[in-house]
Design a protein around this ligand. Structure first.
Ligand code: NOJ
Length: 751
């Protein structure tokens, strides 16, 4: 009898309500019998049924697992270096088929498939391995470092670049990237500023969403998407003195104001995982922090993905002074909310014992395992455990991938200075290209460049030759990146004498930024500054091209340059975008996402400091208190004129919306893109707010001679509120100022 027939019969015999009740019970019985592992034979378990709901598959699988199998799911080990499938036996044999996750630094899908086959075929339950790696700004098609990306103020192109990285990664066997890093960072001595989106919480939040969407797409089960990981939860960017791995002092208020927002935005965008940091947050290490990991992330925000520790950060709870043994470190981390243990193997060693003696409830173990399994199901790893083994030339560096990388690098480049319109340069000018960065390829990739290769990078020199086919271009290295050898100076001076314009290529090597790459000063090494000073004595125009992974101290050298272009570490397209900017083929549109101090001694210096008691005092006596190039600074070859801010109302209630417009005219003679940044100032509130806070930005192309309208629709709860130290969102009535450039308008919020 079909359920329809039964339904009809029941209705006829006992009336509608009775029939309805029985029908509900009947359906429930069917659902229960479908989802209960006891009622399915081992030949076709629910967890292997791709049509069953993910939560049923997770529950079914958990019900079949031993404690040991569960603990393996919470363990991640590294595998790699050996690129040859024929020689991997030894290493592969060391990895048990039950392993939960592998950091896979290889790029061969065949090796990955071989590891996966072992898991599927040799483990009792055939649970697939989750393969991860640090795909930070590209897999093979390396695009600009994140700090550069943020200067594009174009989340859409960042999303596209992440989607390219996802395709290259998944087709090479990577299911999960440890990216994006959304640590707000305000100390450029910290090498990891290169990996984040600058000093502002809102900007980090916007790029957090863009990269999560780019990596994950609409469906993690798609073969072109990978899982994202927001890191390093939370406050790692506050490392004292810019030194890596050290203590951070963060009040709860600052945690909510500055460090949590990009993570919350990424979680709301559906980020699959989160990495807990190495650092200590005011006495409680990030990887043992119940408040941030469980109370905020899992309970308040309802995050149902999983938390992976950073490399050895569970074991490091011992050196951080909160655990006296590996066992205690394990208990603290897993109890606080760390689900997967990266690299140190402590969960594997200790969790079974902790369960046995009752220190760790099985429920917490099951919760952690469910989170990991959920992602494996979402990624369709159970249903499609292997990746197609297509040739490299079909996987990497495809023309459409390179186009995205090039566009992003163009938009990331910031024209910091352009005195007397030195740039763009006429296509016929004779040029001296000088400096240690001029012929570099490797050092244009930046830190964490995954499988990017120097041979694929176009050097500045090569790009300039292509861009200026009719110019006489001469080259001299001048000096090395550091050291005291000035013997190359005379050649550099001779070369410069013969040219009309000096294009000087200075900067930082890849290894000077990124993890564990702190510097006590952010100025360039003396030898590079000296080269510039010597060249400036020739009185030729100097165009300084900078390639670096952090804001630099340029106070001493800026006056000697007519133009300065910040190209960051642009990735594989290398010198192309900057050459296009120098020739005028590209009109620069990048703006700084992080302040350039005048001197290292000003650090910390960022635009959104809290208000102070004596705003006109407290200045440095020896140097300026102002930065050299402020947050959002960036020039164009055209000029923009801002009209007046026009609000459609001056008073609104907390549930009303208000629209503010500003017209921006392109009064120059060429088309150009302009970014409008909208700031909010809340002069009086229960908790003192920063002098101004970025709440919205938009980039638009404006044709020469035309005017575009930029619009900010204010939703009070989203744009005027803040979160107090207990995590409560506060929206207070009173006056607010909305500002753009040097224009501002006052609005009132009433109850
Ligand atoms: C340590 C770094 O802090 C983290 O960013 C990275 O993802 C892991 N190592 C894995 O390589």
């Amino acid at each position: 009898m079909t359920s329809m027939q039964l339904n009809r019969k029941l209705l006829n015999r006992s009336g509608f309500y009775k029939g309805f009740l029985i029908l509900v019970i009947f359906i429930l019985l069917i659902v229960v019998s479908c989802t209960s592992s006891e009622n399915r034979d081992d030949e076709s378990p629910v967890y292997k049924d791709k049509n069953a709901p993910i939560e049923s598959r997770v529950r079914d699988l958990i019900g079949r697992m031993t404690i040991e199998e569960k603990i393996y799911q919470l363990t991640q080990v590294a595998f790699g270096k050996n690129m040859n499938i024929n020689n991997i036996g030894g290493e592969m044999d060391k990895i048990p088929p039950e392993m939960g996750s592998i950091i896979y630094v290889n790029q061969d899908p065949a090796v990955r498939n071989a590891l996966q086959k072992k898991a599927i075929e040799d483990s009792r339950l055939g649970i697939p391995i989750l393969f991860a790696n640090d795909i930070i700004h590209g897999f093979k098609t390396i695009y600009p470092i994140s700090l550069g990306q943020a200067c594009s103020w174009n989340p859409e192109i960042v999303k596209q670049a992440c989607a390219v990285a996802a395709k290259e990664s998944r087709s090479s066997g990577i299911d999960w990237t440890f990216s994006p890093m959304v640590d707000v960072a305000r100390d450029p001595r910290w090498g990891r500023v290169a990996e984040g989106y600058g000093e502002d919480p809102y900007a980090n939040a916007v790029f957090s969403i863009a990269s999560v969407q780019g990596y994950q797409g609409d469906d993690l089960g798609d073969e072109n998407t990978i899982a994202a990981c927001l890191k390093h939860y939370v406050g790692y960017g506050a490392s004292e003195g810019g030194r890596d791995y050290v203590y951070t002092e963060i009040s709860k208020q600052t945690l909510w104001d500055t460090y949590l927002p990009p993570f919350e935005a990424g979680v709301n965008a559906g980020a699959a995982t989160i990495m807990s940091g190495f650092h200590d947050i005011s006495g409680v290490p990030a990887s043992a922090n119940y408040y941030t990991l469980t109370e905020v992330l899992k309970e308040k925000w309802g995050f149902n993905g999983f938390v992976v520790s950073d490399w050895n950060s569970v074991k490091q709870l011992r050196s951080q002074g909160v655990a006296g043994s590996d066992r205690e470190a394990t208990l603290k981390a897993i109890t606080a909310g760390v689900d997967m243990d990266m690299a140190d193997g402590l969960y594997l060693e200790n969790v079974a014992e902790l369960i046995k003696d009752g220190s760790l409830p099985v429920a917490r173990l099951d919760d952690a395992v469910s989170r990991v399994l959920r992602l494996k199901f979402q990624l369709a790893l159970f249903d499609r455990p292997y990746v197609l083994e297509v040739p490299e030339e079909e996987r990497y560096l495809l023309p459409e991938y390179l186009l995205v990388a090039e566009k992003l690098a163009e938009e990331s480049t910031v024209l910091l200075k352009n005195e007397h319109k030195t740039l763009p340069i006429s296509k016929k000018a004779s040029l001296a290209i000088i400096g240690p960065m001029a012929k570099e390829q490797e050092n244009l990739l930046g830190s964490w460049s995954a499988h990017g290769e120097a041979k694929d990078v176009i050097s500045i020199y090569e790009a300039m030759q292509q861009e200026f086919p009719d110019s006489k271009i001469i080259y001299a290295k001048g000096c090395d990146f550091e050291g005291i050898d000035k013997t190359g100076f005379s050649e550099a001076l001779n070369v410069a004498r013969k040219a009309e314009i000096v294009v000087l290529c200075l900067g930082e090597k890849n290894s000077w930024s990124g993890e564990n790459a702190s510097r006590s000063t952010i100025s360039l090494p003396e030898i590079q500054e000296d080269l510039l000073t010597e060249l400036s004595r020739l009185n030729k125009p100097i165009v300084l091209l900078l390639t670096n992974g952090r804001p630099l101290e340029l106070g001493r050298i800026e006056p000697h340059c007519q133009s300065i272009v910040e190209m960051w570490q642009p990735g594989v397209v290398g010198g192309n975008p900057v050459a296009g900017i120098i020739s005028g083929r590209i009109n620069p549109s990048g703006k700084l996402a992080m302040t350039f101090p005048f001197a290292t001694g000003q650090i910390p210096i960022y635009y959104n400091m809290r208000q102070q008691g004596r705003p006109r005092s407290g200045k440095y006596q020896d140097i300026t208190t102002e930065p050299l190039f402020e947050f959002t600074h960036g020039l164009s070859y055209t000029s923009f004129k801002y009209g007046e801010l026009k609000a459609d109302k001056d008073t609104i209630t907390k549930t009303e919306k208000l629209v503010i417009d500003i017209s921006v005219s392109n009064i120059g003679d060429r088309d150009g893109a302009e970014v409008v940044h909208w700031f909010v100032t809340d002069p009086v509130s229960t908790v003192s707010r920063p002098v101004k806070e970025l709440r919205y930005f938009e980039k638009q192309m404006i044709r020469a001679g035309q005017a575009n309208v930029f619009r900010f629709e204010i939703d009070p709860m989203r744009d005027l509120s803040y979160v107090d130290e207990l995590g409560n969102r506060m929206l207070e009535s009173g006056e607010y100022y909305i500002s753009v450039n040097n224009k501002k308008v006052k609005i009132s919020l009433i109850d």
